[in-house]
Structures are given as structure tokens and as C-alpha cells.
Design a binder for this molecule. Structure first.
Ligand SMILES: [Zn+2]
Length: 141
């Protein structure tokens, strides 16, 4: 019997993991980062790795690493002899966490204006005013 684990993103790219004999494989999915981690410059990504057990030994494996964009859909399926085994589908839809000011951590919905930087860094209008006033005071000294 042929056993496979198939991981696909948006029904396009896919990784097929063939299971040999009675070996088992564990698949780990690293969750997309929180908005705080994004504020620290981390890009959203998915990583699929795990362990392969064969003859009492295990091997670390890494199958997949991909940067995510909003609404990416990741589907994990377990198949036996090309038939999809029931109840073994995992589907994850990547949804970007709400953007926050990197300085005061207020959410976009709590401020009048949120200005974005190049790598998931943000500053709100109140922090800009506060910074401006601090600079003015420093210049006077
Ligand atoms: Zn702020």
C-alpha cells in the first residue's frame, strides 16, 4: 500500500512525502508569527518539518519553507493508495494579524493614522507628535 502526505499551498505548489514500509513521519507546522513578532521585522512564513522513524532510528527532515501572504491557503492531506483518507485534512488560512504601532503598541483601529515602515514596523500619529516634541526640546538644549 502506498502512503503519502501531501502539502499544498493555494492548490499550486505541493510537497509529497512518500512513506516507506511501516515507517512513520511526524509533521510539524510552525505557526505564522504574531503581529508583535512581525513588528520586530520577522516575515510571515510557514515551515513544515518533522521526524521520520525507520528501524528504531529517527531522522530530522525539513520539507518546506515558504513566505506567506494574506489569504494563502495551506492544505495537508494524508493519502493511502492515491485515495484520500477521511478526516485527515488540515487546512490553514493565513490571516495577517492587525497592525500595531511599534512604539506604543496601539492597534491600527485605535489610532487616527498608522504609518508603515519597510519591514512590518509602524508608527502612529501620536508617537510622531511625541517624537517631534522631544526633538524640538533636544535642539533647544
Ligand atoms: Zn504609537
Amino acid at each position: 500500500m502506498k502512503r503519502q502526505i501531501q502539502v499544498s499551498i493555494n492548490n499550486e505548489e505541493s510537497v509529497v512525502i512518500d512513506l516507506v514500509g511501516d515507517e512513520s513521519v511526524s509533521v510539524d507546522i510552525t505557526d505564522p508569527p504574531s503581529s508583535l513578532e512581525l513588528c520586530k521585522g520577522q516575515k510571515p512564513f510557514i515551515k513544515i518539518d518533522g521526524l521520520r522513524w525507520r528501524d528504531g532510528e529517527h531522522f530530522h527532515l525539513s520539507w518546506f519553507e515558504k513566505e506567506l501572504t494574506v489569504d494563502d491557503c495551506i492544505v495537508i492531506q494524508y493519502k493511502e493508495s492515491d485515495e484520500l483518507a477521511s478526516g485527515t485534512i488540515k487546512e490553514i488560512k493565513y490571516d495577517q494579524p492587525e497592525e500595531k504601532c511599534s512604539f506604543c503598541h496601539k492597534k491600527k483601529s485605535e489610532v487616527d493614522l498608522l504609518i508603515s515602515g519597510p519591514t512590518y514596523n509602524y508608527i502612529c500619529d501620536a508617537c510622531v507628535v511625541l517624537s517631534h516634541n522631544l526633538i524640538q526640546e533636544k535642539i533647544k538644549d
